[in-house]
Design a protein around this ligand. Sequence first.
Ligand SMILES: [Cu+2]
Length: 478
Amino acid sequence: MTFKRPLPQLSRRGFFKLGAGLAAAAAGAYAVPRALIRPAVAQAPAVRTVPDQHLVATDGWISIPGPQLPADARPENAFHPDPYAPAGLSTYMFGFTDVSDITRGRGRFATWSPQERTDYINSQKMQALHTAPWVGVDQEADFWLKLTNLGLAMRPDLTDAHTVHWHGFKNAIPMFDGEPHSSMGVSIGSELMYYYKPHDPGTYMYHCHVEETEHIHMGMTGVAYVRALQNRGSADPLFQARYPGVTGIPAGRYAYNDLVSPSDPRSTRYDREYLLIFTEVWAYMHWCDAHIQLVDWTDYKADFYLINGRAYPDTLLPNGDPHDPANQGTRLQYQPHSALIQANAGERVLLRVVNLGFKPITVTLPGLKMRAVGRDASPLRGLTAGGLRAGADLSQRTNALAMGSGETWDVIVEAPAAAAPTRTDDLNRGYQPYLLYNRNLQQATNGDLDGSYGGQMTEMRVYPAGTLGPQTDANQLV
Ligand SMILES: [Cu+2]
């Protein structure tokens, strides 16, 4: 039996009425408040040959510790650690590494010749990091990001391009979107300079958009975050041009352009900032990519859960520089990002929490209050008549961040000002620890309740006031 619905018949009179309605709608478009219309790039920026940041796409190996799982538990458990893995490492990855210091000639690379730098960058094949390097940008700044594709050392048969796609982000032109079918991909041996000019502060995810289910799960995903214009203070001319008449805000560190004084309860001011990136690893799938096997994605079953690419207690270890010869050959060489959170008593800490896995997570921090001030790069404030998100306070006090795949939350935690941190605790650590973890214990422990290694868990450590010097960059430990 066919099921037909008659098409609406449009009379001559109806046709003219429709035309009049469309014309009115078009005229109405001009009535949109000017504040809602974002200026495009007013004039083309000068093209740079030296990028602000330079990422290299390739493959590599990381270390997920834990006991050899019994082979009869589940078939895929026999695939960890991968027998192809170099000593101390366990899991095959795709990903990116960051060669900005080499390209820009910073630090010990300042005296290197152009040829030495090029040779070094080409040597980064099979040196991918997990999680992917993160990208921090100032609002309204011109930002040039170069992507070089070195190919996959383990899989020369895979000739995939790679891209950088800032998810949920308005681009200057579609060319820089990174969705390869409507823009372009970067094929092996090629490089592309992406241009961004961010207008909206907050926390975003980025990922490679080629074969994205596979490339994202294999590690080609990270975080891009945009620092608020308000950091310059309300007297800054660029801030005044955007927010005329707003006064009384000193330069500082703010999650969003909240347009209120730092003493206002709606303020998003913070003293320290930490990115916490939650990912997961399906060991069998990673084994398949290393061993030239196809996987059926409907069998998806994550085995390992990580924060900033590490399993607890590796999450507590310091940051590492993968280009420092002292770190080369160490177990965490390719997992350089610490997930440790530090604060002095009374300080405000911004947590940029991002779920880059495929499964939901619920993040909790018992003993401390969290206030979510932004979600998915949108401040939790109502709209004002001028079209700004500076209206009613919609921030949420919560003890649990329930996050779907791809979500980002900006959360401010206040370290307690008194009591515990003013003394050393009974273990004489000199700080008061608070556990931050995924409330799903399978994900917090990597299923190893009796073992020494867990999964998505880290600590926030609160020191007596004045112990720690100021932090100048995200996740910097002092
Ligand atoms: Cu890719």
